[in-house]
Every structure is written in structure tokens, then in C-alpha cells.
Design a protein around this ligand. Structure first.
Ligand SMILES: Nc1ncnc2c1ncn2[C@@H]1O[C@H](COP(=O)(O)OP(=O)(O)O)[C@@H](O)[C@H]1O
Ligand SMILES: O=C(CO)[C@@H](O)[C@H](O)COP(=O)(O)O
Length: 499
């Protein structure tokens, strides 16, 4: 039997899957690493932690399997998007990576609009200037750390750096490059125009490749340490949401994905890069060649639940924390939560907004708060789903993946709030499975990603919306939506108190 490995470099942890030719998961490892928040709005990670934990994960995976290293035909990657990894001329890391959920760059977003123009930026990149994207981070380092910026020879994204450490080769694939705001999304080339207008040397941008392209093999010393074979081919891989889409079979028009990881995403396949969404949703290159996807992003989806657990239930597992949410009625006895703990992206591109619990009552206990957190996260994702529906998309079934897809009550809640069937596949590890599929396709096991999906992906269970719950949630959703507008000014005034 032959195998492939999919590595998903998430924000909370690296998840590694060993998958056989039938698409069965033969081994699975997860290794976590910390996120550093030095100030409000900041979010950084040390790239060395990604490498250490990926290597540790590979060692563990190979130790616990009977598969021979030479039977692993290929490895590919999925990774958290947008994070800036700056390298010097010797490819040494110059500073901590600035992550996708770091929002320190509002001023740089304005600078981009002033230099490029809103419409021109949309024409080239298909996206607005958002704090989380990579270009504003580059400009921030240029302005605040000029001596360090001066030493920069290349920038890459998180999984590109880990791939570089395993292979010695630097690349970036189109699906991840689209999230930098430096890519001409439909021409699939770095935009010289944007680089020139913002005085960014285009030489900083790494060579571009397709996600399924072979980019190298495992370096001998990495092979010795991990137990991998130096003959195993390495394929570029893609952005975690593009890989999540591949690993969930979102490979044709009409298919929709909900991913609840640290962030939350509602994603829809697009056959062309020429539709107009006016920047209301993100519009990026897919990991499937010459395809695209649109998505709305909740900045802190799973992260809101993790934050709640860390503050109010330290040491408990997600399973015990969520054990009794099924006993709490819809609406948590009048308690609502907005998940804006690090600001928001869709539909409110607002780095300044912060979260609220509204309606706290003497009768509430912890389980009401937990249910309110889950409902708030799901309402936020429903705002993205609404944008798609308002643009004429018919959404009847949604494939749900990520850590949030581990809880059955939450999946029923998704069905009731989205008013759509929620399908869970045989593995909720969509991005890692997508990376494994890119390796399988890259190795030539299949003639297309679609035929790989037909072999690899199986439906596990589907949750059907319960009409009575749908009606209750539709009423509550109207109240939820009113919280944003009613808390903008309050949060502006609170800003000076945040450290
Ligand atoms: N058993 C569980 N039930 C519900 N949610 C969970 C569970 N375990 C983890 N999560 C959620 O999943 C999130 C992590 O999901 P994951 O897809 O691994 O994220 P990432 O790719 O960002 O590292 C956590 O923030 C947490 O909120
Ligand atoms: O910023 C985005 C998408 O634009 C995030 O979706 C990141 O890609 C992080 O993903 P997770 O760690 O939550 O999977």
C-alpha cells in the first residue's frame, strides 16, 4: 500500500494525517504551539515553534505506523493564511511572524488605499485592504522597524517557511499568494504596479507555483531526524481555506463549506475570477488550478470558545465544557454574545469593535454563557452566508469542518441557524486532508482532484434543520445583528483603556 502525508499548519496546532491510497486515515497527530499577544491587536508566533512541532509530529506519526517510509509517495501542506514571515538573504527569520488575526495595521490599510486607490486595488487583487492581509504587515515593518526591513530579502507565508525548512526550497502557491494583497488574482502574477506604488521591491516576493506542483524532496538531515525517506516528493500545498475546500470536496459551483478553526469561514466555490462582490467577501485563487473561491471570515470563531475556556474553565476539556449545552434552550434564556474579541472581518471590517455579552440575568450559569458563545459564533458565520444568499447563491447543504465540527449539538445548531443541511465527512480535518489530496494528485495517483475527492471523501452524518428551531433563530438573529451598530461608539470610547 502507498501513502501520502498532509500537514496543516493551523493557528492553534499543526495537524498531520497519513492517508492511504483508498483515502483512509492511517495515522493522525496534532501538536500545539502558543500565540503571543504582546498588546491589544497584536498576534504573533515564533516560526521556529512551527518547525519544531512539525518535526516532532512527523517523528511521532512515523513511529506509530507500520508503513515503510519509502511507501510514502508524497507530502503536501496547508497553512494559516496571510502571516508575514520575513527572511534575510541567508533565509534566516528576521522577526516573529505577524499573524492573520493581528490588526495593528489600520494606518497601513489607509496608506494602500491612498497609493493604489480602492477601485484599482479591487480590480487587481479582487479584495479590499484588510488589517489581516500580508501587504499591510510588510508596510508596518517598513515603517516601524526600518533597520530590520532593510535586511529583508524575501517574505513567505507560514506553511511556505516550514516547507522551506524541510526541503531547502522557497516557493509560494497562488492560493496563499492571493491573501497577500500583492497578487494580480486573475493574471496569477505578482503585481508590479502595487509593489511600485508602495515602494516594495518585487524581489521580496518568492517564486509562484501551483498547489499540486512538485517543489522538492525531503532534505537528508530532516529525513534522518524524522524517519521520512529523502525520495518522498514534496508538493507546494495551499492556503488552509483552499485546502479545507479541497478536503471537503468544494470543487464545483454550488458547494459551500463552513470551517470553525481559530477563525471561522463560510466558503463557496467560484469557477471564474471575474465575478463582482465589491470586496464584501474575500475572493481568492483556489488550490485547484484556475479555480477560485469566495469566503466570509469571522476572526475569532473557535478562538472565542478557546478564550472562554481559558478564562472561565481552565484545565477543562472542550468535551466537558460543552457537555450540557443541549439542556439550554435556544437563545440561552435571553443571553447573546458577539464574537469580536479581536475585531471582525465579515460583514464588519472593523479592527476596533470588541465582543459583548448582552442580556446577562441572575438566572444564568456557565452553561448559558457557553451556549451563547456558540450561538454568537454561528450567527456571525450566518452573516457571511446571508451575503452569499443575497447574491443569488442557493445554499441547501453545507459541509462543516474544523475543531467546531467535533460537537454534535453545535452541528445541529449550525443546521438550525444556517437553515441548511450540515454534512460532516469521514474526517473533520479538511485542510490536512486537502493537503494529502494535493500530494495524491501531484503524485499522479488520480487524473484530477475531483476524482481523488470521489475516492477519498465519504459522508459521515448529516444534520437536518428543525423548522421550529429555524424560526426561533431567525427572530434572535435580528437582535444579534443590532448589537454591532449599537456597540461601535461604546467600543471606540473604550479603546483608550485597552492595553
Ligand atoms: N471537542 C470540541 N468541540 C467543539 N469545539 C472544539 C472542540 N475541540 C476544539 N474545538 C474548537 O476548535 C478550535 C480549533 O480548531 P482547529 O480546526 O484545530 O483550528 P486551527 O486550524 O486554527 O488550529 C478551537 O479553538 C476550539 O474552539
Ligand atoms: O485569515 C484567515 C482567512 O482569510 C484565516 O482563516 C486563517 O487562514 C487562519 O485559519 P485557521 O487557523 O482558523 O484555520
Amino acid at each position: 500500500m502507498k501513502y501520502v502525508i498532509g500537514i496543516d499548519l493551523g493557528t492553534s496546532a499543526v495537524k498531520i494525517l497519513l492517508v492511504n491510497q483508498n483515502g483512509e486515515v492511517s495515522g493522525e497527530v496534532s501538536k500545539s504551539y502558543p500565540v503571543m499577544q504582546e498588546k491589544t491587536g497584536y498576534s504573533e508566533q515564533n516560526p521556529e515553534n512551527w518547525v519544531e512541532q512539525t518535526v516532532a509530529g512527523l517523528i511521532e506519526l512515523l513511529k506509530n505506523t507500520n508503513c515503510r517510509p519509502e511507501d510514502i509517495d508524497g507530502i503536501s501542506f496547508s497553512g494559516q493564511m496571510h502571516g508575514l514571515v520575513l527572511l534575510d538573504e541567508h533565509h534566516q527569520v528576521l522577526r516573529n511572524a505577524i499573524l492573520w488575526n493581528d490588526t495593528r495595521t489600520s494606518e497601513q490599510c489607509q496608506e494602500i488605499y491612498e497609493a493604489v486607490g480602492k477601485q484599482r486595488l479591487l480590480d487587481i487583487t479582487k479584495n479590499p485592504a484588510l488589517e489581516g492581509f500580508t501587504l499591510p504587515k510588510l508596510l508596518w515593518v517598513k515603517q516601524h522597524e526600518p533597520q530590520l526591513f532593510h535586511k529583508a530579502a524575501k517574505f513567505v507565508l507560514p506553511k511556505d517557511y516550514v516547507r522551506y525548512r524541510l526541503t531547502g526550497k522557497l516557493h509560494m502557491d497562488y492560493s496563499d499568494a492571493a491573501g497577500t494583497l500583492l497578487l494580480d488574482v486573475s493574471k496569477k502574477a505578482w503585481s508590479k504596479e502595487i509593489c511600485d506604488l508602495l515602494a516594495i521591491n518585487i524581489e521580496l516576493c518568492p517564486p509562484l507555483v501551483e498547489s499540486h506542483e512538485e517543489v522538492g524532496s525531503i532534505l537528508p538531515h530532516v529525513a534522518t531526524v524524522t524517519g521520512l525517506s529523502p525520495s518522498t516528493s514534496v508538493f507546494a500545498g495551499g492556503a488552509d481555506n483552499a485546502c479545507g475546500a479541497i478536503g471537503s470536496g468544494i470543487l464545483e459551483e454550488g458547494k459551500t463549506l463552513c470551517s470553525i478553526g481559530t477563525s471561522g469561514v463560510i466558503l463557496s466555490y467560484e469557477a471564474t475570477g471575474t465575478k463582482e462582490f465589491e470586496g464584501k467577501v474575500h475572493y481568492f485563487n483556489h488550490g485547484a488550478a484556475d479555480a477560485y473561491y469566495t469566503m466570509g471570515v469571522t476572526l475569532a470563531a473557535g478562538d472565542s470558545l478557546s478564550w472562554f475556556k481559558q478564562v472561565f474553565a481552565q484545565g477543562e476539556s472542550f468535551e466537558t465544557l460543552l457537555a450540557d449545552i443541549g439542556d439550554v434552550p435556544i437563545g440561552a434564556n435571553g443571553l447573546l454574545f458577539t464574537p469580536y474579541i479581536v475585531g471582525e472581518r465579515t460583514p464588519h471590517a472593523d479592527a476596533n469593535i470588541r465582543a459583548s455579552f448582552i442580556g446577562m440575568d441572575r438566572s444564568h450559569d456557565r452553561k448559558h454563557f457557553v451556549r451563547a458563545v456558540l450561538e454568537g459564533i454561528t450567527f456571525s458565520l450566518n452573516e457571511s452566508l446571508d451575503i452569499f444568499r443575497q447574491n443569488g447563491k442557493k445554499i441547501e447543504t453545507v459541509v462543516s469542518i474544523g475543531g467546531g465540527a467535533k460537537n454534535d449539538d453545535w452541528l445541529q445548531m449550525q443546521a438550525d441557524i444556517f437553515n441548511a443541511k450540515i454534512m460532516r465527512l469521514n474526517s473533520e480535518q479538511g485542510p490536512a486532508m486537502g493537503a494529502a489530496m494535493l500530494a495524491a494528485y501531484g503524485c499522479g495517483w488520480f487524473e484530477s482532484l475531483r476524482s481523488c475527492a470521489a475516492q477519498f471523501l465519504k459522508e459521515d452524518y448529516t444534520w437536518i434543520p428543525i423548522q421550529e428551531n429555524v424560526n426561533r433563530y431567525q427572530e434572535l438573529f435580528k437582535v444579534y445583528k443590532a448589537i454591532y451598530t449599537n456597540t461601535i461608539q461604546i467600543n471606540k470610547r473604550l479603546r483608550v483603556f485597552r492595553k
